[in-house]
Every structure is written in structure tokens, then in C-alpha cells.
Design a protein around this ligand. Structure first.
Ligand code: MN
Length: 233
């Protein structure tokens, strides 16, 4: 006789496809805000005085490349934020050095932190949490994850992070413009959370964020990484 442990069928494990094959099982999605000086300025902040802001998205907010994302509920100002995504193969707490942090990285991908900007503005004004603005369904678009050994970090020293909507460039910045590098973000997060294999980190967006409407096609490109492409509709 089949005896089910759970009172109903558990949801499937969220995952992101890996370049060359296989699925990266997603445990948690961490995101950093305010990580490019010019974007901090366009949002009205001072890059030198603001400490990093972290927020999260649920693991099942993941959507892959080549998908059509429905225009979300409850917003009239739905924004793209092109970002480098870092995937962890191991974790820990209180990671002390950038070298130890870098050794935890499984791979990297092009990503898009989709945002209900009107809800974020209301939350900021009210001093309220960002969950409804950032952690909604299909809000974490991720391209194929490239293993770190295939595209090691030195390749990214001069890389650009670019986002286009309907073929028109909207974001184009030096990846080196990050205020906090990926290893520094991992170190900072590890002082707040025990990181583990399966964690994804969205490392922040440069200047040029803007709205999306039904029918838009979005492309995110970072150096040699496989591009992320999706449509809204
Ligand atoms: Mn972001």
C-alpha cells in the first residue's frame, strides 16, 4: 500500500538550466540593490553613503531563457533590471576572504531582476518591506548558467552588461562598475545567512532601468555568457 508522507504532492524543485546540460537546483535567491554607482544616483541615492541592501525572491520565481512571461498582476510600472547572476555550489557562514568566497561559485548567468516599480516606490515611501515589489511570480529570469571553469572571472574584467528591449539598447555598463564584487557580496551575505549549494545571487543592476509592456522582447548580454532572452505577454 502506498503511504504518502506529505498531505499533498510537494511542488517540484525549482531549477535553472546549465550550459552544456543538467539543471542547477535552486535553494534560495538573494539579491543586492544599489550596486552600481550610476544606478544608485538615478534612484536618488548617494553611492558612497549607502550600505548594500539585500532582499530575496522565492526559489519558484525562477524563469528560464526563451520563455514568455505574463505581464504581472497589481502593477502599472513593471521594470527590467539586467544583472549578473552567480550560482553557488557550496556555502557557509562568516566567509572571511574573497578567495574563499570565489571558491564557492559554481557558475554565472545573465539575469533580469523583474520589479513592480510602483509597489517598490510605495514600499520605500512607507518604510515597508519590498516583497510585493520584488518577490512575485516569474520575477527572477535567468539564462543558462555557465560553469565557472568555462568562463573564469578574468574574462569579465572588461565585460559589458547590456540589456535591450525590442532590439533597442537600454542598459550598457562596465561590469567592473559594481560597488561590491561578487566575492564581496558572498562575504557580506554569509554574515547574515548560512549560504548553501543551490543559492543564486543577483548582483545588482546598472543605470538605465525602465518599463516593460505586453509584447516586449528583452535580451540581457554579459561578455561571453549565453544571453538571456524572454518576452512579455
Ligand atoms: Mn536588482
Amino acid at each position: 500500500m502506498f503511504v504518502m508522507r506529505y498531505v499533498f504532492e510537494p511542488p517540484p524543485i525549482s531549477s535553472a538550466a546549465v550550459l552544456g546540460g543538467g539543471e542547477f537546483p535552486v535553494r534560495r535567491i538573494f539579491c543586492i540593490g544599489k550596486n552600481y554607482a550610476d544606478h544608485v544616483k538615478e534612484m536618488g541615492g548617494d553611492p558612497k553613503s549607502d550600505p548594500p541592501v539585500f532582499f530575496t525572491k522565492p526559489a519558484d520565481a525562477i524563469v528560464g531563457t526563451g520563455t514568455v512571461i505574463p505581464y504581472p498582476q497589481a502593477t502599472a510600472n513593471f521594470h527590467y533590471e539586467g544583472e549578473l547572476v552567480v550560482a553557488l555550489k557550496a556555502g557557509g557562514r562568516d566567509i572571511k576572504t574573497p578567495e574563499d568566497a570565489a571558491a564557492l561559485i559554481f557558475g554565472q548567468a545573465c539575469g533580469c531582476d523583474l520589479t513592480r516599480r510602483d509597489l517598490q516606490a510605495a514600499a520605500k515611501k512607507a518604510g515597508a518591506p519590498w516583497d510585493t515589489a520584488k518577490g512575485f511570480d516569474n520575477s527572477a529570469a535567468v539564462g543558462l548558467i555557465a560553469r565557472i571553469e568555462d568562463f573564469p572571472p578574468p574574462l569579465f574584467a572588461d565585460a559589458r552588461i547590456c540589456l535591450a528591449v525590442n532590439g533597442v539598447e537600454k542598459q550598457n555598463a562596465a561590469l567592473g562598475g559594481m560597488i561590491w564584487s561578487a566575492p564581496e557580496i558572498i562575504m557580506a551575505l554569509s554574515r547574515l545567512f548560512e549560504l548553501k549549494a543551490g543559492d543564486l545571487i543577483f548582483t545588482g543592476t546598472p543605470e538605465g532601468v525602465g518599463p516593460l509592456v505586453n509584447g516586449d522582447r528583452v535580451e540581457v548580454m554579459i561578455g561571453p555568457l549565453p544571453p538571456l532572452e524572454f518576452a512579455i505577454g
